[in-house]
Design a protein around this ligand. Structure first.
Ligand code: AOF
Ligand code: ZN
Length: 367
């Protein structure tokens, strides 16, 4: 700060301010679906005079907060926005009009909005009003900020991530809590990024007692619990579940679930058949952009859903932890052993993070 209450910036460059927008947008991670994460910075004479981000669907857009923050200083300023300003009436009025009314001189846009109602129309409207518009600054960063939103806009399906644990000899693990504890907060941060997490009813109490993050105000994803016939397991919700988000049970086995969960007031969705199409459709209709298929502790129960996901190209991303253990029980199955990389489904953009407790790897399915 310059000491006069005017916020300052360290650099003049467009990329710097768009990165700042992305940083602001991230404050709302997990809260904006079905809307995107968006940040906006208003800069005048090399100084940041206004900042804003979109906090939640139904609330004003990032530009509106930033313009309010800037007040009269918005006149002749440059507005930086991580996503193209909208030019339509949705739940809120068009940001293009707010920018025009505030008399900004220039708008720098991170990426075009893939929403067909908006795409390029926001940019055109601003240019028609005589505002200089630059598009595509730090575009890859802006895209990575909104992977789920972009995917859902372009395909009509939520962005799906598969999570599982492995031993160092490459066997899938059905581990309960202690695997997660070895990942140093990674798991709770991961949960926070998703709108919904799908787990199995055999882990009911265990899984639901794990909040996404202990931080006050952190996003708690909706938990979708799969409860399949012929399990007659009596679902007993965890003793204390105030810390977690909404719970929904998907069941094709109403008789087994009804008594216990009805008492607890947990919503159940009755289905003839539980498959990924049903889960994805449900999430999409609810405006959930990102879904984590979390096989923690029960990989074998998810095998059918995973096969379906691979076959239909529904799985976008994987996250796995390799834990410091050699699994001595599982024998390799020669029929299932891959003999060449070409036989498998290709994954790209691998990233890893290692500690002496675990190696976390994430990557994308090449769809
Ligand atoms: C922006 N800035 O901060 C956001 C935008 O229903 P509404 O009015 O909230 O409109 C939602 C659509 O607006 C959403 O699908 C996306 O195209 C755009 N989101 N646009 O200029 C923002 N969140
Ligand atoms: Zn808008």
């Amino acid at each position: 700060c310059d000491g006069f209450g005017v916020k300052c910036a360290a650099s003049n460059d467009d990329g710097f301010y768009i990165r700042k927008c992305v940083e602001l947008a991230r404050k709302a991670v997990g809260f904006t679906s079905p809307n995107p994460l968006v940040g906006c910075v208003i800069v005048k004479d090399g100084k940041v005079v206004g900042e804003g981000f979109h906090p939640k669907a139904g609330q004003p857009h990032a530009e509106v907060f930033a313009l309010r923050d800037a007040g009269d200083l918005a006149q002749s300023s440059t507005a930086y926005v991580s996503l193209e300003p909208c030019n339509h009436f949705g739940r809120t009025p068009p940001c293009t009009e707010a920018l025009i009314k505030a008399k900004v001189k220039k708008v720098v846009v991170g990426m075009v909005d893939p929403n067909p109602v908006v795409a390029f129309k926001g940019v055109e409207r601003l240019r028609d009003a005589g505002i200089e518009v630059v598009v595509g600054v730090e575009e890859e960063l802006c895209k990575s900020l909104n992977e789920p939103y972009i995917h859902r806009m372009l395909t009509g399906k939520p962005f799906l991530t598969l999570r599982y644990s492995l031993s160092v000899n490459g066997n899938l693990l059905d581990l309960l809590g202690n695997g997660v504890a070895r990942c140093g907060g990674y798991y709770s941060r991961l949960l926070q990024e998703y709108d919904a997490v799908v787990t199995s009813s055999s882990l009911f109490g265990e899984n639901l007692s794990l909040p996404a993050s202990q931080e006050p105000g952190a996003n708690q994803p909706i938990r979708i619990v799969i409860h399949k016939y012929p399990s007659s397991l009596n679902l007993i919700p965890p003793a204390s579940n105030e810390a977690i988000g909404k719970v929904i049970i998907f069941t094709d086995n109403k008789t087994a679930t009804a008594p216990a969960v009805a008492q607890q007031g947990i919503e159940t969705v009755d289905l003839d058949q539980i498959n990924l199409d049903v889960i994805m459709d449900y999430c999409n209709r609810q405006g959930l952009c990102s879904v984590l298929l979390d096989t923690r502790g029960c990989f074998h129960e998810f095998e059918e859903l995973i096969k379906e996901g691979i076959k239909k190209n529904y799985i976008n991303k994987f996250v796995t932890e390799i834990l410091p253990v050699w699994d001595r029980c599982a024998e390799p199955d020669p029929l299932r052993t891959l003999k060449s990389l070409e036989q498998g489904v290709k994954v790209v953009n691998l990233k890893s993070k290692a500690s002496d407790q675990s190696v976390i790897i994430e990557g994308y399915f090449k769809l």
